[in-house]
Write a protein that binds this ligand. Structure first.
Ligand SMILES: [Zn+2]
Length: 397
């Protein structure tokens, strides 16, 4: 038995929009044919109004923070967002955390997400991930700013312990949290571990102006946060490089593995050029709703397009978003950068994310032999190929 689906358009990142194209799938959801409009009798087809596209890839999420939905107030910048997070996240019952993660996964599934790059600080999400309703790559996130062998070693050992708990077959790697929480020694250890697999890694990058201030001057809101909230005087443990944080990161994080830089809200054209020179496997992930939620700012998308950057899209967590929906992220980008064609936005959200995670043999495009999941984009302005506020993504297969 085969499913033959037709809509106003099929979208494939390579082929573009195919008017009235037909995708034929077997019972397991594997594509067996991409057919021309008149290849089958009308009555043999399931018809949909909208665009059929491959399953969406969420390149950056923290599913274990799903219980923080609506708990953290945003809008005042990253530093005031981060200050209470560790206190708040640990005040919940385990059962509540588990059910919040299940609900978050269900929401992602319904919104057409098939694969997730997920940050984990512990193993609490692993049982859910092992059910494989969605494909997950788990980035086990490490901290340790003090540039001491013992500090870095303790952090990497904790990471390896969590990594060892990943159920058979689930992909993962170690990942640094952010420039302002990781030392050069820890970067080197993470990189050495990931090269053995080898496996993609990611880091939060240039999410706030305070980050730049810290790396340029050693002072500012991050300095104050460490001193006042964590009782740490950065003058004693942090050697201010007087450069942008991306130079600190990529200087210690050599090329060789695919690296996803997440957020990039305050990344400049020079930073992009530097990153591309330093590592030819750099990808850039935008999480625009989280940027609006926390900083009320957005990256300059155009700078990345001009540099031919490989771009992906993420939702970030329920700590900093109103929903977990990649289409909602694309709507924000389209609203603020309407010159970017829908075709390009969908490419970021499908094959680019799949390429980064190393799963493009199965996901990211409508090609025979793949099982990418089939998503219907509804209520789209089909004539102009523009998303509307009421557009939505719905998982069909
Ligand atoms: Zn994040």
């Amino acid at each position: 038995m085969y499913y033959k689906l037709q809509a106003n358009f099929l979208f494939d990142p390579k082929a573009g929009f195919l008017p009235k194209g037909i995708v034929v799938l077997n019972e397991e959801g594997m594509i067996v044919e991409i057919a021309k409009p008149d290849s089958y009798a009308h009555q043999d087809l399931q018809h949909y109004k909208g665009i059929l596209c491959p399953g969406l890839v969420n390149s950056h999420c923290h599913i274990e923070l799903s219980h923080l939905k609506g708990k953290l107030t945003g809008g005042n910048g990253l530093v005031s967002f981060l200050a209470p997070i560790n206190t708040i996240r640990n005040t919940f019952e385990k059962s509540m955390i588990l059910s919040a993660m299940e609900a978050a996964e269900e929401e992602m599934y319904q919104n057409g997400i098939v694969a997730v790059g997920d940050i984990s600080n512990e193993a609490i999400s692993f049982d859910l991930k092992a059910k494989r309703r969605l494909y997950y790559h788990t980035y086990i996130e490490l901290f340790g700013l003090e540039n001491q062998e013992a500090v870095a070693e303790a952090s990497i050992n904790k990471g390896k312990e969590i990594y060892a708990q990943l159920p058979e077959g689930l992909k993962g790697s170690l990942t640094p949290h952010a420039p302002y929480t990781v030392s050069p020694t820890l970067y080197h250890k993470i990189d050495a571990f990931n090269r053995q697999i080898p496996s993609p890694t990611s880091i939060h990058n240039q999410e706030s102006l305070s980050e730049r201030e810290l790396f340029m001057t050693g002072r500012g809101a991050f300095y104050d946060l460490f001193l006042n909230n964590f009782n740490v005087d950065l003058d004693h443990i942090f050697d201010c490089p007087k450069s942008h944080s991306i130079q600190y990161t990529l200087g210690s994080f050599p090329s060789g593995n695919r690296t996803l830089l997440v957020h990039n809200t305050f990344t400049t054209a020079k930073d992009i050029a530097y990153a591309h020179q330093t590592n030819d496997q750099i990808y850039w992930c935008f999480c625009p709703n989280a940027n609006l939620y926390i900083e009320n700012a957005l990256p300059n998308f155009e700078l990345f397009r001009q540099a031919n950057a490989r771009i992906t899209v993420g939702t970030d967590s329920y700590g900093s978003n109103w929903q977990l929906c990649i289409l909602e992220e694309l709507k924000v980008i389209q609203k603020h950068a309407p010159q970017i064609p829908l075709e390009e936005l969908l490419t970021w959200a499908t094959i680019n994310g799949a390429d980064f995670m190393g799963i493009s043999d199965c996901y990211g495009s409508l090609e025979v032999g793949k099982s990418p999941g089939i998503v219907l984009l509804e209520n789209v302005d089909l004539e102009n190929k523009v998303l509307r506020p009421e557009s939505r993504a719905r998982r069909l297969m």
